[in-house]
Structure formats: structure tokens, C-alpha cells
Design a protein around this ligand. Structure first.
Ligand code: NA7
Length: 538
């Protein structure tokens, strides 16, 4: 057993968000390992530390967006609204950190600049920005999937005299929009949350839309005492439901085809889903993500809603000009998003037909020469998802193999948890895992538990190293592709699931679309068969 003072640890975990915190708890408190968590921020929270933009809120419902491994923790915390807002999630994660006494093993303000595997010693050598070196037998990345901001390289940005901000790197002191001319680029889940809140404060808001998007009202509301008591009393059933659904949410996707019902009944069902609100809308039929024609019925319903809500027909047409299947890109949910376009101080600009040419000192100029004078530009332009946060760690595995080289043509993993050539490196929510298609804490708990069980099994059997066999990786990559191709998901050409939002990024469908419940079973079988597909060595 190693000690902290020497810089030698059993495990180093990178990141102190949902994943890193739970991984620390498991390895330290259940396995008794010496563990150090390295976190670049000055506090815990990960995604919820950085994403402080106006309107930032989780799209999973509160009673499911939390840890569920401990009935005590689950029952002690009280959520206030149907969907948790960013400050509340951050408070929750700080509460868990203190409740489990995790803070003492986390080094804050500590950015990892490189990690290298030393084969002779079987140790990972982790270097930080401050020049510190730590050594550990196991290296676990808990860096999140959406944590590397994608700021498009628009010519002239450096010349802008106003201020620009990315939603994922929001200033802690906030941004004062009052009376300001604000331009927002991006209409994904983030942009759709931010628009109504920014519009309510700004002098004028111009939204630059490249790809129109569906959105369903979240129907957020305070939680009443009855619901809170119900959630506490039904902890086991809620957890069981989250573990048995493909997407880790506590609601089930109806086991009926869109073609099992009459057109009128279908409309009634969609209407009910629209009223219920949020991600539950997509649970209406089992074939919405499998059959394009079935999907079209939902898509048409949602486009008609846009035209109904938005008063100016030209704006409505631009907003409803959506060509991807509903939910093939991550479906946003909103509070008054489309309604906001009825405000006098909001303008929608289509930058698909007339792209942004450059940023000038005074604002944004489009290809046809139109210029929009701005004081503030908000980039709601998303992230270099899944691979971005891992690649920037500069990880080098066995025989000098850099992760960047190993993944030059796109990420390749086994179960999203390990990479061939990188012994004892575990990637929580890595590409090839279902995490981003799932209610995140459910995926995270499964990953962290699988990793802890794996390390425990290795130690019990005196195994020093684990890494996947290349054939197992090939099979998993094929299976990930097969699972994606069985759905409509790859049909959304502009999706970050495919890496399509970052110029030059290889187009590979990264998440496992076979469902969380199935994935859980596969991982359990792999472990039960003595870690089938992995090379275990002394
Ligand atoms: P997303 O979903 O990647 O959305 C980013 C948006 O920004 C999207 O509308 C993009 O249009 C747009 N974008 C990106 N680059 C540009 C440029 N260069 N010009 C114009 N518009 C651009 O990120 P979010 O932060 O909203 O959501 C990420 C996830 O967080 C979300 O899916 C949830 O899981 C939580 P595009 O579609 O690429 O044409």
C-alpha cells in the first residue's frame, strides 16, 4: 500500500465531477486503496462547475439525476424542482463530497498535462501543469464527455471589441446583458436553454441558427411535498426502473408501434407527451428511433407546434426547417424557447443559407455582407465531445503509443472502458460506452462500479495489468456501429455523437446505442467470464 506523501498512489483519478467523486469513494472506502483525484477547477462538480450559463439546468428529472447507490444519500437530499438547476446540482455534489469526506483526497487547481505508462514499473506517471509528478498503478479518467469547449475558429474573433463567452466556460461572476446587443451562436440543448433567459435581460438578442432543432417544453415546476415523499418511499422501484430502461431514465418507453394506433389516437398521445413535457415525449412509441416514417409523425407534430407558437411566419418557417429525425440529435427540452421569438427584442438569423463569414471589431458579418453590431457574443457551440477531454490529457501507453495516434481515425475502445495498448487505464464514460445516450449518473455508477470490481478482482488474484485484446476492441467497435446503424441516430449528419460539429474530427458514431440495460448485462457477463476479451498479466 502506497502513501500520499511520496507521490505514489494505488490510483489516480482525473476529474472531480459525478464520476470522479464516486470512483474515489469506491476505491478508497470500499477497496481501501490510496487514491488521489486531480481536478483542474478550484471546486468539485465537473460539468456543473463550468456550465454556469443563464438557464443551465439538467434535462433529466431531479429524482433520477443523482447518485442512487446509497439509499441514505438518496433520501437525505431534497430537490426543489422537477429539473435541477445548475447551482442546485453543484450544491448537491458539494454536499455529497462532504458527506463522504472526499475533499481531503482531491487536489484542486491541478491540471493534468500528460500521463505516461512506465511498463517496467507498471506505473502510470501523471504530470501536472505545476510540474508535479504522481505515480499510480491505475489511472482512471473521469473527465466527462462534454467538457472541452468547441469555440469555432471564426476569422476576426480576436479583433472583436466587445466581449465573447462560451457557455461551457461561463464566468463565475456572471455576464450582465442588460441593455446589451447580444449575439448567440448555436441552438443545441444549451442554446435553447439560454435564449429565453438572455432575451429577458438583453437589449436585443440575435440568434444565429445553423441547424434548426426540435424542442419539447420541459414543464419545469417546483416539486411538492407529496412528490418528494413518493420519491423517498419508492427509492428501490425508481432505481430498479433506471437500471432496466435503455436510457437510464425512470420512465419506460411504451411497447407499442406508432402504427398500432389510429392517426387520431397518435395525435392524442403526442399531445399528452407535449403536455407532460421533457424527454418523456420520446417514450410514446418504441419505433420512433427505428423507423423513419414513424419518426416523421413525431417530427411533423413538433414542427406544427413551432408554427403554432411562433407568430412571425418567416421566423417560424426557419425554426421548423428541420431535416434530421426527431431525437437523432440529442433532443433539447425548453422553457419558453419558441415563445421567445415572439419578443420584439429577439431576431433569428439563418446561417445555414448565409453562413457567418467573420467577426469584425463591431459584430458578426455574414457571407452576403450583412453585419450585426454586437456588444457580447455567446458561443453555445457545444463541445469536442467524448474524445476531446481524453486527447488533451496527452496520454501515452505501452511502447510509446500516444492515444492521439491510436485514435487518429476515431476512438476505439472495449466497452468504452479500456483501450488496447493502455494497461490499467480506465475511461469512465469513454467513447463506446452508452453514457451520453443515457441518464448520466446511472451510466456513471455502473462504470465506476465495474472498474472498482475489476481492480478488486485483479488484486485478489494477484494480477498486475489488464488491457483489452485488439480482437475484443474490433468486435466492440463493430457492435457499436451495428447498434447505431439499427437506429436513426446516424442520420443526423450534424450531431456531436458523430464528431460532426468539430471541423476535421473523424466521423465515427461514438456512443453505444444498444441501451444501458443491455450494456450493463454485457459488462457483467464479461466480468463473470473472468474478464473475457482482456489480457490479464502478472
Ligand atoms: P450542441 O448540441 O453541439 O449544439 C451546438 C450548436 O452550435 C448547434 O446548433 C451547432 O450547429 C452550433 N454551431 C456549432 N458551431 C457552429 C458554427 N461554427 N457556426 C454556427 N453554428 C455553430 O452543444 P450544446 O452545448 O447545445 O449541447 C451539448 C450537450 O450538452 C447536449 O446534447 C446535452 O447532452 C447536454 P450544428 O448543429 O452543428 O449545425
Amino acid at each position: 500500500r502506497s502513501t500520499a506523501g511520496t507521490g505514489e498512489f494505488d490510483a489516480v483519478i482525473i476529474g472531480a465531477g459525478f464520476s470522479g467523486l464516486y470512483q474515489l469513494h469506491l476505491l478508497r472506502d470500499r477497496l481501501g486503496l490510496s487514491v488521489r483525484v486531480l481536478e483542474q477547477a478550484d471546486g468539485v462538480g465537473g460539468t456543473w462547475y463550468w456550465n454556469r450559463y443563464p438557464g443551465a439546468r439538467c434535462d433529466s428529472e431531479s429524482h433520477s439525476y443523482c447518485y442512487s447507490f446509497s439509499p441514505e444519500l438518496y433520501r437525505e437530499w431534497e430537490w426543489t424542482e422537477r429539473y435541477p438547476e445548475q447551482p442546485e446540482i453543484l450544491r448537491y455534489l458539494n454536499w455529497v463530497t462532504d458527506r463522504l469526506d472526499l475533499r481531503r483526497d482531491i487536489a484542486f487547481d491541478t491540471r493534468v498535462t500528460a500521463a505516461r505508462y512506465d511498463a517496467a514499473a507498471n506505473r502510470w506517471q501523471v504530470t501536472t501543469e505545476a510540474g508535479e509528478t504522481l505515480r499510480a498503478t491505475y489511472l482512471i479518467t473521469a473527465v466527462g464527455c462534454l467538457s472541452t469547449a468547441n469555440v469555432p475558429k471564426i476569422p476576426g474573433l480576436e479583433s472583436f471589441r466587445g466581449r465573447w463567452v462560451h457557455t461551457g466556460q461561463w464566468p463565475h461572476e456572471g455576464v450582465d446583458f442588460s441593455g446589451k446587443r447580444v449575439g448567440q451562436i448555436g441552438t443545441g440543448s444549451t442554446g435553447i436553454q439560454a435564449v429565453p433567459v438572455i432575451a429577458a435581460q438583453a437589449g436585443h438578442l440575435t440568434v444565429f441558427q445553423r441547424t434548426a432543432n426540435y424542442s419539447v417544453p420541459a414543464r419545469n415546476a417546483p416539486l411538492d411535498e407529496g412528490f418528494k415523499a413518493w420519491a423517498r418511499e419508492n427509492y428501490e422501484a425508481i432505481r430498479e426502473a433506471m437500471h432496466s430502461t435503455p436510457n437510464g431514465h425512470p420512465f419506460r418507453i411504451e411497447d407499442r408501434s406508432c402504427w398500432d394506433v389510429s392517426e387520431e389516437e397518435r395525435r392524442r398521445i403526442y399531445e399528452a407527451g407535449w403536455e407532460k413535457g421533457g424527454l418523456q415525449f420520446r417514450a410514446a412509441f418504441r419505433d420512433l428511433l427505428l423507423d423513419r416514417r414513424a419518426n416523421d409523425t413525431a417530427a411533423e407534430f413538433l414542427k406544427a407546434k413551432i408554427r403554432e407558437i411562433v407568430k412571425d411566419p418567416e421566423t417560424a418557417a426557419k425554426l421548423a426547417d428541420i431535416d434530421h429525425p426527431y431525437a437523432a440529435k440529442r433532443p433539447p427540452i425548453d422553457t419558453d424557447y419558441f415563445e421567445t421569438y415572439n419578443r420584439d427584442n429577439v431576431t433569428l438569423v439563418d446561417v445555414r443559407s448565409n453562413p457567418i463569414e467573420c467577426v469584425t471589431p463591431d459584430g458578426i458579418r455574414l457571407r452576403d455582407g450583412t453585419e450585426y453590431p454586437l456588444d457580447i457574443i455567446v458561443f453555445a457551440t457545444g463541445f469536442d465531445a467524448m474524445t476531446g477531454p481524453l486527447l488533451r490529457l496527452n496520454i501515452t501507453g505501452r511502447d510509446g503509443l500516444a492515444l492521439r495516434e491510436a485514435w487518429a481515425a476515431g476512438p476505439r475502445s472495449y466497452l468504452g472502458l479500456q483501450v488496447a495498448g493502455f494497461p490499467n487505464l480506465f475511461t469512465v464514460t469513454g467513447p463506446g460506452s452508452p453514457s451520453v445516450l443515457c441518464n448520466m449518473p446511472v451510466a456513471i455508477e455502473q462504470h465506476a462500479e465495474w472498474i472498482a470490481d475489476c481492480i478488486a478482482a485483479m488484486r485478489a488474484r494477484g494480477i498486475a495489468r489488464i488491457e483489452p485484446r485488439p480482437e475484443a476492441v474490433d468486435r466492440w467497435v463493430d457492435h457499436v456501429n451495428e447498434a447505431a446503424n439499427a437506429t436513426l441516430l446516424p442520420q443526423a449528419g450534424h450531431s456531436w455523437y458523430l464528431g460532426a460539429n468539430v471541423p476535421g474530427k473523424p466521423r465515427v458514431f461514438m456512443p453505444y446505442a444498444g441501451g444501458m440495460a443491455r450494456y450493463r448485462q454485457i459488462c457483467a457477463e464479461v466480468a463473470a467470464k473472468g474478464y473475457e476479451g482482456f489480457v490479464l498479466s502478472d
